[in-house]
Design a binder for this molecule. Structure first.
Ligand SMILES: *Cc1c(COP(=O)(O)O)cnc(C)c1O
Length: 410
């Protein structure tokens, strides 16, 4: 029984029903190609959710993992380990940060950032506890991060929630000015909102948040869990904007699929996390850190980052060409290789239909809400795979728009 084959139906029989996975189950991957249980091949424009940014089975990452698997898997935090130290040093050498904390996910990185901000402020003023975040923001699924996130549907039924949180409209300078004050300990923002529809922040907005945080002694936290690690076209998106945060959180692509999160900050702020104040059993384990160190080494190469900008142009030009024929998008936006294509009002609510049609034509894509198709291919996808992926997407669009036409005769 326990060794019988598993399929999509098994999911409904044995898993908690919090996900609605696709009907097919991918079983192997190579570069930007995935294969499912039936041997059908897909081009991957999703990378998990912007996670496997160097593709599947990257030979250098696989080699590093194998090497570490044979050497050492785990140490408790009563020891440090070499891969974690190498990775932390590389992150401090390549970013504004001077200190790093490792954990296992994006939510945990944000949890650490928010706790650190509260703790840092508490040493100055016990009433400086307000956390300001943006509507439509997504910061993770722990109770704290889901409360700070700006989507009420994710907190419904989970109360009572942590207190003194304020949610302001994204990219709204006046709202930020009206809300951030002496009692604010931190402002957290995604430089490009991912789950909220792939919405890039305006540069002037981030500059204003920096200014307001400096004025009121609040910490500016950039949640780069989705846009970070090369996807923006710079190693981190804050470098694209030229606005430096006090704390930066990373996860997703950091381990190319190995579960790792990181919180980066300055030594002055980090000092508030004295021995015993925060921790994680698995955080910073040798296996994931060895892989992440190689990820940062590969992604931070100038040719990798220049390649992201080149591929951005190919992808956006391809989407525009499709749109010129089918008129399905009212906006194509994003940064680097995180692209959101917002459907025209007549197609609102149908982003999932496009993703399902794409899968039928052998392309894995994502939604970002019900109105936006989200594309996040590998940073090193070949031009041939990118072009073929766009062709498959066009075939899906052709099929769907045909259905829409026949369903609603003019
Ligand atoms: C995915 C995501 C998170 C949560 O990361 P997990 O690893 O799922 O906990 C947090 N912030 C942003 C911007 C994300 O995209």
């Amino acid at each position: 029984m326990s060794n019988a084959p598993v399929n999509r139906q098994t999911f409904d029989e044995v898993m908690v029903p919090n996900y609605a996975p696709a009907a097919f189950i991918p079983v192997s991957g190579q570069g930007s190609r995935l294969k499912d249980q039936d041997g059908k091949e897909y081009i991957d424009f999703a990378c998990g959710i912007a996670v496997t940014s160097l593709g599947h089975s990257h030979p250098e990452l696989t080699a590093v993992l194998h090497e570490q698997v044979d050497r050492l898997w785990h140490l408790s935090n009563t020891f440090t380990n070499e891969p974690a130290l190498r990775l932390a040093r590389r992150l401090t050498e390549t970013t504004f940060a001077e200190r790093v904390f490792f954990c296992n996910s994006g939510a945990e990185a944000n949890e650490a950032a928010l706790k650190l901000a509260r703790r840092y402020a508490a040493t100055q003023n016990a009433d400086k506890t307000q956390i300001v975040s943006c509507k439509q923001a997504f910061h993770g699924r722990t109770l704290f991060t889901v409360s700070v996130g700006g989507q009420p549907k994710y907190t419904e039924g989970f109360g009572p929630l942590p207190g003194n949180l304020a949610h302001i409209p994204f990219n709204d300078i006046a709202a930020a000015e009206a809300t951030i004050h002496w009692g604010t300990c931190a402002v957290i923002v995604e430089p490009v909102q991912g789950e909220g529809g792939v919405m890039p922040a305006n540069k002037a907005y981030l500059q204003k948040l920096r200014e307001l945080c400096d004025k009121h002694g609040a910490l500016l936290i950039f949640d780069e869990v989705q846009i970070g690690v090369g996807r923006s076209g710079s190693l981190f998106s804050y470098m694209e904007y030229g606005v430096t945060p006090d704390i930066l959180t990373s996860a997703k692509a950091l381990g190319n699929g190995m579960p790792i999160g990181a919180m980066l900050t300055t030594s002055k702020i980090a000092a508030s996390f004295v021995v015993g104040t925060h921790g994680s059993t698995y955080g910073g384990n040798p296996l994931v850190c060895a892989v992440a160190d190689k990820v940062i080494e590969l992604v931070s190469k100038p040719e990798t980052l220049a390649g992201v900008k080149q591929r951005h142009d190919w992808l956006v030009d391809g989407l525009k060409a499709i749109n010129a024929k089918y008129h399905i998008f009212e906006d194509i936006r994003g940064q680097g290789l995180l692209i959101g294509a917002e459907l025209v009002p007549a197609l609102h609510g149908k982003s999932k239909d496009f993703v399902n049609a794409a899968a039928r034509h052998g392309l894995v894509a994502l939604v970002a809400g019900v109105n936006v198709v989200r594309l996040a291919p590998s940073l090193i996808i070949s031009q041939a795979d990118l072009v073929e992926g766009l062709q498959r997407f066009e075939a899906a669009v052709a099929e769907l728009t045909q259905q829409v036409k026949t369903a609603q005769p003019a």
